[in-house]
Design a protein around this ligand. Structure first.
Ligand SMILES: CC(C)(COP(=O)(O)OP(=O)(O)OC[C@H]1O[C@@H](n2cnc3c(N)ncnc32)[C@H](O)[C@@H]1OP(=O)(O)O)[C@@H](O)C(=O)NCCC(=O)NCCSC(=O)CCO
Length: 259
């Protein structure tokens, strides 16, 4: 097992899983520029590491992440705010497009930029005491790291507008009901359930995982016809991989070695 600690994030490599911890627990893991840089560095590192097949992002302490660091907002002029939003948005885009599955393990508050990180991940699993929301409107602003775009794509326009207009926090069970979170588990089982889910995914073909992720992300941004054509092209190439040949052979021969 390898561990690495940076100023605002840390990681634990437990092959085939790579765990990334947002690590400013005294401030509920709020996001500053340093965290954006370091989180991106760790995700890039894990993307390149052949021993890591699934990446898990979570928070250290009692929160996943309470959003962008509001104490930094006082110093922001429009140019600074634009640059900060651009940096944040590029990180979310990077996480969304990494060629490996990324799971958000939500262990408490996931608010503002924290929920925006979770929404950039492929799957969200949360403890039953977690709460999520986009409270930016209560500060007189609105989500700046992709929330206005990703939330309606996950929960539909009306619910997304309701959440962003009110800024209300909702419990994880309600978030699951509306399609924002995939699984809710008892707090004490969160890590175990996340590991089980991640290990199951890690046991699948890496090429197929990467292709499915690409097709779903790019396909939903395209016409149905374009998406279906992308699927057919990719699907035909999937048969050229050694992994597909081996797995298909294994299935076809499974009865033959039995006494
Ligand atoms: C998350 C809340 C509801 C937690 O409340 P509570 O448990 O009472 O804990 P606190 O005492 O409020 O917080 C502990 C500590 O963290 C600091 N902190 C929390 N959130 C932020 C933040 N976003 N920025 C800066 N600092 C934060 C808090 O000040 C405390 O510090 P002390 O030094 O100990 O006083 C509650 O904290 C809350 O509502 N937080 C704000 C959530 C929010 O509005 N997020 C959106 C931010 S804007 C954004 O993300 C833009 C990107 O789209």
């Amino acid at each position: 097992m390898t561990r690495e600690k940076m100023e605002t994030v840390s990681m634990k490599k437990e092959a085939p899983l790579g765990w990334i911890y947002l690590n400013r627990p005294e401030k509920l893991n709020v996001i500053n520029e340093k965290m954006i840089d370091e989180l991106r560095q760790l995700v890039e590192q894990m993307e390149k590491d052949n021993e890591v097949r699934v990446i898990i992002i979570t928070g250290n302490g009692k929160a996943f992440c309470a959003g962008a660091d509001i104490s930094h907002f006082k110093t922001l002029n429009p140019e600074g705010a634009w640059l900060f939003a651009k940096k944040g948005r590029e990180l979310m885009d990077y996480i969304e497009n990494v060629r490996k599955p990324v799971i958000a393990m939500i262990n408490g508050y996931a608010l503002g930029g924290g929920l925006e990180i979770a929404m950039a991940c492929d799957i969200r699993i949360a403890s039953d005491d977690s709460q999520v929301g986009l409270p930016e409107i209560t500060l007189g602003i609105y989500p700046g790291f992709g929330g206005t775009q990703r939330l309606p794509r996950l929960v539909g326009k009306g619910k997304a507008l309701e959440m962003m207009f009110t800024g209300d926090r909702i419990p994880s069970m309600e978030a699951q009901r509306i399609g924002l979170i995939e699984r809710v588990v008892p707090k004490e089982k969160l890590e175990e359930e996340t590991r089980n889910l991640a290990m199951k995914i890690a046991s699948q073909s890496q090429t197929s995982l990467a292709e499915i992720k690409l097709l779903v992300n790019k396909g939903t941004d395209s016409s149905l016809d374009a998406g279906l054509n992308m699927e057919s092209l990719g699907w035909s190439l999937a048969f050229t991989t050694e992994e597909a040949k081996t797995r298909i052979d294994q299935f076809l021969n499974k009865g033959k070695n039995k006494g």
